[in-house]
Design a protein around this ligand. Structure first.
Ligand SMILES: [Zn+2]
Length: 408
């Protein structure tokens, strides 16, 4: 399965912050050193494999880093906190583990113009919950954070990750331990059809509209990208223009995320059980005319949010195999059509003559299939459905890492 719910009580709180010039300088240097160490260790591990078929582990890279910092040519690595550098080695180690276990591609070098990140373990920052003051290693002043949502007063952050996105915006992600808070049990259950023309159709008949986020800013983005292509390579203007493109991307992503969060929070709040089709994206992406619309809607993100929010609040999400004929089956009598092309929005069942809205019918079938899976357990359709997180009684033991977490 392409998403997982981690059994941890950790949750990340992410905020924007505005560094003063000194902090900006320290962070830029730290990003540079972190990136350098990551790339250096990646090369070290890659070379060892190619030259000697040898696997270099985290401990070995850590020892090599200690030696590297003593060398004249790379002595500048000592100018920044050593903690983010160690964390870079850990991140690389995790990237390799993901690669060896088939979850990810081979790690790639980090580039200066992409998103930058530095992770501080608890030894490298001080946190004062009473005044909400967060100070990072090598800095005199606390960060100027915009507290856009509340963080629990008694929170004890375990890790702090600072990022700067391609648009030049700074964010801090604070990881804390948090108890799961199951919501009161409700008898409501819902099926979702994740479509193209409507982002989500609920089995209740409600349609939550596709706001066509990407489409809206598409022209603006295309224009900016055309301008970028015309700029002289490695000129100042090109850098400026790249920033501009990144800003438009960031705006689109923000708006989409905001929409998805509101929707998934509402669905989790209102329903005990939520049934969806599992990832259809891969298959549908083969059809290029649909590719953009699907990427636009962000199904993967929607299901991922449902999964972790379900874990947080003691709800159940059932993901059903996509090859279940949810669109083609009449939910009233069970008749299955031989074919139903994508542009048919309404159809009449040849057997019972019910007139169906394509998406509502699909959502009702998805709900029924999900409940069947839930009632009989996974054994009903081995390997074809996944039940993600469960009853409130288990909630105390489970948890998740939020989207902001550096682990993602
Ligand atoms: Zn029928």
């Amino acid at each position: 399965m392409w998403y997982t719910v981690r059994m941890k009580h950790e949750r990340a709180y992410r905020y924007r912050f505005y560094p003063i010039p000194e902090q900006d300088a320290i962070l830029s240097r730290t990003f540079g050193c972190t990136r350098f160490v990551y790339n250096w260790a990646l090369k070290l591990r890659t070379d060892a494999w190619y030259d000697r078929q040898e696997r270099v582990n985290y401990e070995a890279t850590s020892a090599a880093l200690t030696a590297l910092k003593k060398e004249e040519a790379t002595h500048w690595l000592n100018e920044v906190s050593s903690v983010p550098l160690q964390q870079a080695l850990r991140h690389l180690d995790r990237a390799f583990r993901n690669f060896f276990e088939g979850r990810a591609k081979y790690p790639v070098f980090k580039k200066k113009r992409n998103r930058q990140a530095a992770t501080y373990a608890s030894s490298a920052f001080t946190w004062d919950g009473a005044t909400r003051s967060l100070k990072l290693a090598k800095m005199d002043e606390p960060l100027n954070i915009v507290w856009s949502r509340p963080m629990p007063k008694d929170a004890r952050p375990s890790t702090v990750t600072v990022t700067r996105d391609a648009a030049g915006r700074y964010f801090v992600s604070i990881l804390i331990e948090e108890a799961i808070r199951p919501k009161p049990v409700t008898p409501k259950m819902v099926g979702l059809d994740l479509g193209i023309h409507d982002t989500v159709t609920l089995s209740t008949g409600e349609k939550v509209g596709n706001e066509r986020f990407f489409h809206k800013d598409e022209k603006k983005l295309a224009h900016a990208q055309r301008d970028l292509a015309r700029k002289q390579p490695s000129s100042k203007n090109r850098t400026k223009q790249r920033r501009k493109v990144a800003k438009i991307h960031a705006t689109i992503a923000d708006r989409r995320n905001d929409f998805l969060h509101k929707l998934t929070t509402r669905l989790i709040h209102e329903n005990q059980v939520i049934c969806v089709e599992s990832l259809a994206v891969k298959n549908l992406l083969r059809n290029h005319s649909l590719a953009k619309a699907i990427a636009d809607v962000g199904w993967g993100e929607l299901i991922r949010q449902l999964a972790y929010k379900a874990a947080r609040y003691g709800r159940t999400v059932v993901a059903i195999d996509r090859f279940y004929p949810s669109s083609k089956r009449c939910h009233v009598c069970g008749h299955i059509l031989e074919s139903l092309s994508l542009d048919v929005r309404e159809w009449e069942c040849p057997t019972c003559h019910t007139v169906h809205d394509r998406d509502v019918n699909a959502a009702l079938n998805i709900l029924a299939a999900g409940l069947a899976v839930l009632a009989c357990g996974e054994g009903v359709r081995p390997g074809r459905s996944t039940i993600v997180q469960a009853a409130p009684s288990e909630a105390g033991r489970s948890g998740e890492r939020s989207p902001e977490s550096p682990a993602f």
